[in-house]
Design a protein around this ligand. Structure first.
Ligand SMILES: [Fe+2]
Ligand SMILES: [Fe+2]
Length: 292
């Protein structure tokens, strides 16, 4: 089973300035001035070419499809992503898709445009647990994001979400699953995040997950790639594929991963965008053990 893991696509969608309000104004200006150039659509077109060559069975996108959660961005993203084989995809939202208060809840734009591709909604009320079986593998999606001030991008997964997920796995007799969440559950020592950016209760989540660990924890949010091998505290691979559509530089080793699962064994190949060849090529894995 071959999984292509993409993240943080942040498609460069123009929004008329008069349609922006509140936090969106500063967010969009900041994005337009500082980041937009780094996300040219040609990289997305190269991803589509890579999909043709690699032939994945499953495509996961671990959040941050938009920049400021404006409906124009969701509509445009849906159009762009419609080129993917829809029965093979699994999406979850990131903090940029939950940017404002209006971007949360049953009538939010993420739900309108992507809910039917994000798996079966298991939890009730505003709790977000999604499960999708693609081929023989189960994917569980969490939403770790909520609207915050312009300076914050931290996340949280309430312990009830973790325990309910474990209960569902038991009820459905699911033995092997891949967990997808936008915020990382682990960072290497030299890439620790501040309390303004990290998954605040990640130790609590990791501890609860010990009862039934996933095969892998796929995430994004930190725009550089890495893979953590299974360890004592987190006995599974933690894979960061952000940002797949960003031009790489010394601080952002961007790209995506292809994960092959055979029985319960994983082999992982990283790809990065090669500007000279205008396409994605195989790149060495950036990997760590849990203590690094
Ligand atoms: Fe992002
Ligand atoms: Fe993010």
């Amino acid at each position: 089973m071959k999984i292509l893991h993409l993240s943080d696509l942040h498609f460069p969608t123009p929004i008329p300035l008069h349609q922006l309000k509140g936090k969106m104004i500063i967010g969009y200006l900041n994005y337009s001035l500082r980041r937009k150039k780094k996300y040219p659509l040609k990289i997305w077109n190269s991803i589509l070419q890579s999909i043709q060559t690699i032939g994945p069975d499953i495509i996961v996108v671990s959040g941050d499809i938009t920049n400021v959660s404006h409906e124009t961005e969701f509509r445009e993203a849906e159009k762009i992503l419609s080129e993917l084989p829809q029965d093979k995809v699994f999406y979850i939202p990131g903090n940029h898709d939950r940017y404002t208060k209006q971007a949360v809840g049953e009538n939010a734009f993420y739900e309108k445009y992507f809910s039917n591709l994000s798996g079966e909604a298991i939890a009730q009320n505003s709790d977000y647990i999604r499960v999708k079986k693609i081929h023989d593998l189960y994917f569980v999606g969490w939403d770790s994001s909520f609207p915050l001030s312009i300076l914050d991008a931290y996340g949280r997964v309430r312990p009830q979400i973790v325990t309910r997920t474990l209960q569902i796995l038991k009820e459905k007799k699911i033995r092997n699953y891949v967990l997808v969440c936008h915020h990382p559950i682990w960072n290497p020592q030299h890439r620790q995040e501040t309390s303004h950016h990290k998954l605040l209760n990640r130790e609590e989540v990791a501890s609860l997950l010990k009862e039934k660990p996933p095969l892998a924890f796929l995430h994004g949010h930190v725009h550089t790639n890495w893979v953590k091998f299974p360890g004592k505290e987190l006995p599974y691979h933690v894979i960061n594929s952000a940002s797949s559509t960003r031009i790489p530089d010394s601080k952002h080793e961007s790209g995506f991963h292809v994960i092959e699962i055979q029985k319960q064994n994983l082999s992982i190949q990283r790809y990065t965008y090669n500007s000279e060849q205008s396409k994605f090529t195989k790149a060495p894995l950036i990997s760590y053990s849990e203590k690094e």
